[in-house]
Write a protein that binds this ligand. Sequence first.
Ligand code: SF4
Length: 276
Amino acid sequence: MPSASAASTPPGRDPSRRARAGEQAKPAPKRKVAPSAASVPGRPIAKVPKGLAAQKERAVEIFQKLQQLHPDAHCELDHKDAYQLIVATVLSAQTTDKLVNKVTPALFAKYPSAKTLAAAEVAEVSETLRSGGLGMYNQKGKNIVGLAKGIVERHGGEVPRSIDELVKLPGVGRKTANVVLGVMWNIPDGVVVDTHVQRLSQRLGFTKETTPEKIEPALCKLFPRETWDPLSHVLIFHGRRVCFAIKPACSACGVNELCPSAFRAENVGRKNRPPR
Ligand code: SF4
């Protein structure tokens, strides 16, 4: 059976004859391959349909595929209850879940409840964070003591279960509130849009919006309410493991056939980098 390269050599252009004649080998002409395999660069760009109904259908299809790819997708901040989760989420601002998970065991051993944290000295709390290797420990120590005081003074030490009450707590925005509502009780008021969700929503063609404030309502419009919490987890898992900000692994991506940014995603959905 002829090899693929021999089969693709045009008649009269036998490379061995050319070599014998002392000709310099020219690069082999590009083979014409039907762009059927999704992993082949240069394939047609996956289209996002126009109507909302079709967009919803497509969005759910991608979500289901991502769920199959990441069946264990979950909140990666270690916690045992709502108090620990809300504190860990506040600590996770501008740092990684891994670093937060390194510091919280000692923190929660010292301050096992909102009441104990509310009564603590900020300097002592900050020192616990610092010794665990967390950055911005002074500010974060102040933030979580303030948060614990709010939980104790306004809610008797129990983390409230409504978005309106949560966002009134010191240092709690919609993102933190929705993490707690979604992970603890599966009653989020929206989709958590972190840096991964922001990037992937744009790359996968869920929205053209570029800010979390506008991406969140766009996702809520596209996805059924019961998927809001798991959606953020699968997007975060996919963003951390496959669809990296730099050099996304498109050829290994299980949704590349449906992704309009596949093999051209490098500059899609990334935050503007400051000029050097
Ligand atoms: S890895 Fe590539 S194909 Fe997959 S979602 Fe990200 S940009 Fe799209």
